[in-house]
Design a protein. Sequence first.
Length: 343
Amino acid sequence: MIKVGIIGATGYAGSELINILLNHKDVELTYLGSHSYAGKKLTDIYPFFEKRIDIVLSDDSIENASDACDVVFLALPHSIASKVVTEEILKKCVVIDLGADFRLHSKDVYEKWYKTEHHNEKLLSSAVYALPEIHRESIKGARLIANPGCYTTCSILTLYPLVKNHLIDLDSIVIDAKSGTTGAGRGEKVQNLFCEVNESIKPYGLVTHRHIPEIEQELSIAANEQIVVEFTPHLVPMQRGILATCYAKVKDNVSEEDIKNAYLDSYNDEEFIRLVSYVPETSFVRGSNFVDIYYKYNSRTNRVIAVGAIDNLVKGAAGQAVQNMNIVFGFNEDEGLNRSSGV
Ligand SMILES: NC(=O)C1=CN([C@@H]2O[C@H](COP(=O)(O)OP(=O)(O)OC[C@H]3O[C@@H](n4cnc5c(N)ncnc54)[C@H](OP(=O)(O)O)[C@@H]3O)[C@@H](O)[C@H]2O)C=CC1
Ligand SMILES: CC(=O)N[C@@H](CCC(=O)OP(=O)(O)O)C(=O)O
């Protein structure tokens, strides 16, 4: 049994972490920290935890959490983690950051795209970009885990086999992605009110979305050359789910068989990736840690269209964070995550 803390336990990602960890046999939820609700019961904020966990929320001090826990998850707005995580904290506990502070390898790139200061450049080199299906070996034994973003998890995993195996023109990648509104967090924002979102769909962050450098960083490492991508997210009126439809020109002399083999070689043994024969839908992965991936070659345009679907709060955040904890501590990788969607 290890002791687990969550700072930001009252947010959407934090509450999803609680839900998953309550079904994990190797952990004890020890410290649930909140900025606004310290001293209140968790069930005052989220009544659906009645009869599952009876706990009073602690403050949001990572110092206190790290004194009490073996691992601390941070589910906080960007740019707080880089302020509060220190080498001293990492001597006491493993930190799994669900935000973006340690995902990008360069402070300058972070500050350019996030338009805010990064407070701990030194720790960037010890953080591991923790997409298990690609970086599993480096996650084992890591002390600082940079949990990938939601759009990025879906986009990178959907395109990785094509990029890694040099099957597509690397300057031709277009990613059209959609997200449910939990992706924007629980904080009050006019643009996320029911009446603003319902019965409508809109693109946002064109050319400037902060997940662009993360996707480019990881696909460039896979290709071993610098890649730029066109990425446009859309907000859709549903609570959960991300769907990424990715387009790229197929290189001359690449066959459909090559594409199939690339996906099989990359993912055949991966527990949480389903290479599906149906077109993915967000409802098929809702509540699960699965990534559903489907691809089709269009001989008329010589493009491949690859579609990925995840639950943004699970494989896109809390589920992947628990998968990473399982790898770091040597638990079964699917412990706590063995669930599928329902109707
Ligand atoms: N939602 C998603 O689909 C995904 C989210 N993430 C990342 O996870 C992190 C959390 O996201 P999400 O749960 O959606 O966000 P929410 O807005 O739902 O929750 C944010 C949490 O952070 C706490 N908080 C807010 N401001 C401060 C502050 N100044 N100091 C300390 N704590 C603060 C809040 O505490 P309190 O409630 O007490 O005020 C709350 O618990 C973000 O970095 C996000 O980018 C990553 C992938 C997907
Ligand atoms: C719908 C929505 O607003 N989604 C958020 C991304 C989700 C998120 O929280 O960002 P990280 O994955 O980087 O942590 C956005 O576009 O800013």
